[in-house]
Design a protein around this ligand. Sequence first.
Ligand code: NAP
Length: 281
Amino acid sequence: MRFAGKTVVITGAASGIGKASVLRFASEGATVIAGDIDEKGGQELADASGGKVLFQRCDVTNVADIKALMDFAASHTGGIDTVFNNAGAGGDRAGIDEIEAEGWDFTMNLLLRSVAMGMRYAIPHMKGRRGASFVNTASIAALGAGYSPTAYAVAKMGVLHLSKVAAADLAKHNIRCNAICPGFIKTNIFTSAMEVPAEAKQMATAMIFEVAENAQPVKGGGNPEDIASMAAYLASDEARFITGTHFIVDGGITIGPRHSWDENDTGLFGAIEALAGPGAE
Ligand code: NAP
C-alpha cells in the first residue's frame, strides 16, 4: 500500500500501459484520477473500481482539457501527489521528406506539449505535498532511428529532455520528475497507429503480439504491467533520490543489433565468416 492516501492522475488511462497503471496504483491504495479520450473504456474502469478510480474525459491535445483534469483531481481529493503523463498514439507517420506542418504540430501537441501542460497545470496542486513527483512516458524511439515514425521519435526525445530540465525547475518545490522509455509493449497502439480496420484488428493484434514475443533478448514480450511497475516505483518513496533521469524498460531490445543476442541471427560477422570459409582467421 505504497500510495495509501495519495492522489495519482494518469492520462491515456483507458488502455494498455495507462490502464495497467491505474490498476497498479489503485491496488496500492491510491485514489486514481483517470483521463482519456475513450469515455466508454475510462468509465468502465472507474465503475469497476469500487470508488478508487474517478474518470474524466481528457483529450491531451486540448490544453483546457488538461487543466480541467488537474483541477478535477484536486477538487475531489484536495491535491495531487503524482501525475503519470502517459497518453499517446502514433502521430503522423510521414518521413521528414513528406511530413506537413499540420501533422508535425499535431504529433508534438499529442506527445510533447501534452506532457509539458500536464506538468504546468498540476504543479499548483502538488506544491507542499510530501513525495510529489511526475512520471512521463517517453519511448525507446527517443534513443535512435528505426523504432517509430520520425515525428513520434522527436517528440519522445523531447519528453526525455523536458523531464530532465523540469526536474531542475521543480527542485525548489521538492517535486521529482522522471521518464520511462518502454520498448515493444503489447498494447493496442500499433493497430491504432496503422489505422487497421475494426474487422481486422483482432488478427492484426495477435500477429503483432506474436512478433513482440521474440523481438528482444527477454522472451515473451513486454506487458503493460512491466511499465506500470516502473511507474509505481518512480512515484514511490523508494525512488526518493531519483530525479531528472529516464529508465529503459525494453527487455534489452536496445542493447545491440539482433545478432549480438540472437544465436540464430549471424549478422554481418556471420556473413563474413561464411564468405571466408572454415578455419579462416
Ligand atoms: P494504447 O493501449 O493505445 O493506450 C493509449 C491510450 O491513450 C488509449 O486509451 C488512447 O485512446 C488514449 N489516447 C490517444 N490519444 C489521446 C489523446 N489525445 N488524449 C487522451 N488520451 C488519448 O497505447 P499504449 O501502448 O498503452 O501507449 C501509452 C503510452 O506509451 C504512449 O505515450 C505511447 O507512445 C507509449 N509507448 C508505448 C509503447 C508500446 O510498445 N506500446 C512503446 C513506447 C512508448 P484510443 O484508444 O481511443 O486512441
